[in-house]
Design a protein around this ligand. Structure first.
Ligand code: HEM
Ligand code: HEM
Length: 236
């Protein structure tokens, strides 16, 4: 499927196509807001972590949503559409210096790697948060279920992993600027409007149903609710 959505030739005739569906775009911008919220409430919220944890749960729910949407969502948002094999990645890298971008109807192979890294590091940040203990007022909802050394490890990793996340975000923004300025490809526009100009020869499909997205949102929210409120009771 990756081949269907990937252009190798420069466009002759072009068309406008919807590549990022509403759920994927909402996911992205809500994720940015929730991470910013978690950071700001940690920095300026004092010792009361209530809002920090709420933003953390939102992040967890969003990433769980995106993982399932990557399996059942619109074609360009599916992992199978954009995770590159080694050959496609090497081929892409061998042309990375070209000024003219090779538009794809999904993430390009480098973008795909950065997306996977961002999702993994964000998920790890939220999951370690569940086991954190600040030794003053706040424990993550699962902290009481594990031995003290695990909470203290999780607390250290939670602080340390945030630096990794910030580094990835900086790289993410630098890559978008590089595509804009050097390769003259606007990646930001499609992440806002959903639409992108593509070679007419590229296959595109109708977006997945919003009802399905609603179901996946409910599933993700239910999972987070279960992890935060039910698992500590079941495993006590
Ligand atoms: C991805 C979302 C999250 C981000 C970006 C984030 C970020 C941070 C950061 C930067 C700190 C300060 C670390 C330090 O330097 O000491 C922190 C601390 C903390 N976080 Fe999170 N966090 C997230 C999710 C969560 C979740 C889901 C929970 C719990 C349910 C949580 C609970 C805590 C607690 C209790 C602390 C205080 C730890 C201490 O003072 O030792 N966080 N978080
Ligand atoms: C907390 C900060 C951020 C995080 C964690 C983040 C994470 C992500 C993730 C996970 C994706 C993949 C989207 C998907 O397929 O679902 C993505 C794509 C994207 N993000 Fe961000 N993002 C952040 C900030 C930003 C900002 C501030 C901008 C705007 C300048 C931006 C612009 C984009 C664009 C244009 C894409 C699409 C890239 C492509 O076409 O391959 N992101 N981001």
């Amino acid at each position: 499927m990756a081949e269907d959505l990937a252009s190798t030739d420069r466009p002759l005739a072009t068309k406008r196509a919807l590549i990022w569906d509403i759920p994927t775009r909402l996911f992205h911008w809500l994720l940015v807001g929730a991470i910013l919220g978690a950071y700001l409430t940690d920095q300026f919220g004092g010792i009361d972590r209530t809002w920090h944890m709420r933003f953390g749960y939102a992040v967890l729910g969003l990433v769980l949503f995106r993982i399932v949407w990557g399996l059942v969502g619109s074609q360009p948002s599916r992992f199978a559409s954009f995770i590159p094999g080694p050959r496609r990645l090497l081929d892409y890298l061998s042309h990375i210096g070209e000024r003219q971008a090779r538009p794809t109807a999904t993430h390009n192979p480098m973008g795909a790697l950065s997306v996977l890294a961002l999702l993994a590091v964000v998920l790890f940040q939220a999951v370690t948060g569940l086991f954190v203990d600040d030794a003053i007022l706040t424990q993550g909802p699962l902290a009481s279920l594990v031995p003290g050394w695990v909470t203290s490890l999780a607390t250290n990793i939670h602080a340390w992993n945030f630096n990794v996340l910030v580094a990835l975000i900086v790289l993410h923004l630098a890559a978008i600027a590089f595509y804009h300025l050097y390769k003259r490809e606007n990646l930001l526009g499609p992440m806002i409007t959903g639409w992108k100009t593509l070679p007419a020869s590229l296959a595109t499909q109708k977006p997945a149903s919003l009802w399905l997205a609603g179901l996946v949102i409910l599933l993700a929210a239910g999972l987070v609710y279960g992890i935060v409120t039910q698992v500590p009771v079941w495993l006590r």
